[in-house]
Every structure is written in structure tokens, then in C-alpha cells.
Design a protein around this ligand. Sequence first.
Ligand code: 86X
Length: 481
Amino acid sequence: MVKEEQGLTVKKSQDISEWYTQVIQKAELAEYTGVSGCMIFRPRVFAIWEKLTAFFDAEIKKLGVKNAYFPLFIPEALLKKESEHVEGFAPEVAWVTQGGHTPLSERLAVRPTSETIMYDAFAKWIQSYRDLPLKINQWVNVVRWEFKHPVPFLRSREFLWQEGHTVFAKKADAETEVLNILELYKRVFEEMLALPVIKGRKSENEKFAGADYSTSVETLTPSGKAVQAATSHHLGQRFAKSFGISFLDEKGDKSLPFQNSWGFSTRSIGAMILYHGDDKGVVIPPRVAPLHVVVVPIMFDDTKEKVVKKAHELGSKLEKAGVSVFVDDRDHYTPGWKFNEWELKGVCLRVELGPRDLDKKQAVVVRRDTGKKDFVQLDELVKFVQDQLELMQKDMFKRAQQFLAENNVHAKSWKEFEKGIKDKKLVYTPWCCTADCAEHIKTQTEGAKCLNLPFDAPKAEGKCVKCDKPAVATALFAKSY
Ligand code: 86X
């Protein structure tokens, strides 16, 4: 049997999609299966997801959100109750039609999102203003049977997410939450994944059809395609009407409540891999990394014992300080082979310890993101490692910010717009925000669309970049996953 090449056989700059496919498998992040669009999340990637969920889960609990679990199967009649929101999505719903050998009397949808099944229950639970606000979240898998070419994490048929669904007596309270959650998403991306994002409101044609308005955080990946990182919707009273959710207010009058829904998914991990990885493999920000440090003892027959002993000693000191560590004392691999393997897998720091280092009471510390090498006194190692991890987190975010800063343009004319899209940039532009115009732009640019209307973009003036209608807002355009 031919042994598979250990490292990546393609450069990121050469062919980023092939690079992405290789890095995901060779770094043992994910594995393809016999079902297109459905993949295995291996422990190295699931550990990243666990860090993200731990952070977000703790934050929403501070806001009074409670976790629950709703069924995977949604009866057809229920799914179709709010027809407007399902219409556009119908081609993506996966159905169960049979139990064993027996056809079901009613088809069951495999949940693509849980508004309908949740709001059916909310209608029973909410009677009076005392039952509000109701704030429910669930961490689950969802299925959307896409027919576009699947891309691991970024466009898969089954993925993991959280979906938050909240109900308020007052519109203003619901609207405040929409923005609070959006800010939390921004923090997940910027503080954990070291990915800068752009907050904004979805254009009318791109918003969730069941929502009064949608907000999102968006980012650009080095493939030149943008990713919608998370969404936070204000649903107004539409679902309350169709699902019969109402409450008696303080005066005893029957009122309709206001609702929100919000979600982010394992897609975030795909964006992180694309952004930060390099020709040696994946690079993972310390705050979400499954492994911070690998200690590699350099082993020679006569000194092996004491070097390995010291390596483990350092390992436990680091562990006690809250750093995750693996001491790689396997003796059937050379140090060079190990270095490559751990670089491929994105361990944040490598600590090399040889007999000569031991004599000098030092170790060599190498950073995964920059390759920078430092000789560090052993009694200063813990502090040095902690500082480097923090610095690495900050530096990775700064570099990503710089990438975003260098890859956006403000297009004043259609010519500039077309060039920006061709150059794979994010394009800020004055836009009329109409569905017709969106369609024209899409066909003439092979798929560019409005990501959002950024909150902090300058006010639009003059005409739309594409048609003669007046510009309504500064919009952010790009091709996207
Ligand atoms: C939209 C809306 C919303 C809660 C979120 O974006 C965050 C978390 N949900 C999701 N959406 C659908 O409603 C939908 C419905 C069906 Cl039936 C479908 F097949 C696919 C869908 N995709 C998205």
C-alpha cells in the first residue's frame, strides 16, 4: 500500500478549494461519508465547537435564555402553517415518509429550523403577560437538502447550530434583544475565532421571509467568497398571528406578543479554517484551540530518559496553569516528522527540549502562526507560554482585520463595482435596495449579492450604482457561500 503524503500537496494561494479539502482531512478535522453534504466532525473540530458553544451558552444564560429540546420531526401541516416563510425553502426540506415498512399518514419534515414546532408549543404556554418574556434556545442539528456543490462546514446538508426563539410583550424589548444578540455574535467571531465581521441589516430581498427585518454579521474569506456568519431576526407579530400566540396584558386585554429568532452554526468553523490556515496546515486561535502546546523531547539514546522526564514535568506545570498540553514522546517518529504533524494540526505552540537545552535550563518555543522561535528559561516557561497564547490570539485577529481592510472597495460607478467583484473584494456601494436590481446585479456578476446594509457605512447619496433609482443605503456586496 502506498503511504499517503503526510503534508499538504498544494499551496493555499495556488488552489484554495483543494487546499481546504486537504487541510480538513489531513488535520483530522472532518471526514467525508457516503452521503453527500453530510460529514463527520472529528474530535479536533468538535473541541472547537464546544469552546464556541460554552462561550455563547454562558452569555445567553446571563440574558435569561433557557435551553430546551424540541423534536427532530415536524408534521407537514405544522411546517406549512406559516406559508410565506416555507415557500422559498420548500425545495430544501428532507422528508420522512415511511416507518419501517409502513407508509406514514402524514409526511414528517426533518427540521430545517424550528420556528413552527416551537411556536405551536409557545401558543399553549403563553397565557398572560406574566409568562413573558419567554426565551428558549436549543443546540441541535438541522438538515437542508441543498443541491449546490457541498463544501465542508460552509455548505453542508446537515450542520449543528443554536437557534434562539424569544417572545416579548413589548416591541422595543424584542428589538433591543436583536441587537444584543448580534453583538454577542460579533464577540464569538472576533474574540474567539479571531475573525472580524461586519454588522448590518439584511436588504428586503435577502431577509428571512418570516421576519419584519433581519440583521447579520458577515465576513470575507480568503477564497474571495463572503460568509454570513450569524443572523438575528425581529419577527414582529406575524408568527404570533399564524400560530395563535396571544396574552392578556396588565389591563386584561388580549394582545399579540413580539418575537425574535437568532442563530449561528458550525459554518463559523469553516470560515475560521479558511481565514487562518497556511501552507503547512490549519492555524487555530488559542481561545478555541483543542491543543495549546505540544512538547517535543529531542531523544538520543544516552540522554533520552532525563529529557523525557523533564518534558513531562514541564507538561504538568503548564496543565496546572490552564494550558492544554501533549507531550509527544513517541519514539518511532523523528522530531522533524512530529513538527510537521503538529503544524498541520494547528497546535498553537511547540516546545522543543533537547539535552543541550536541558544543560542550559532552557527550551525552544515556536509559534504556529508566525514560526517565530524563542529560547526561554525553563523557570519562565509557563508565563512565557501564557503571554504568547494571548499575543497570538491578538495578532491573528489583527492580521485578519488587515486582510479585511485590504480587500474592500467603495464603488461609485458600475465599472468600479464590476471590478471590485472580479477582484474578489467586498464592495460597498450606493444601492436602491430593490429586488429587481438585486436580480440584475446577480446575473451580470455571476452571483454577487447584497450581504447586508452595514450599520456603520456612510449614508448613501445620489443614484443607485446599477439603475437610475435613487440610492437608499450603502450596501455591502460580494459573492458568497
Ligand atoms: C430561515 C430563520 C432563523 C432560527 C434563523 O436564521 C436563525 C435561527 N431560524 C431560518 N430558514 C428557514 O426558515 C428555512 C425553512 C425551511 Cl422549511 C427550510 F427548508 C430551510 C430554511 N432555511 C432557513
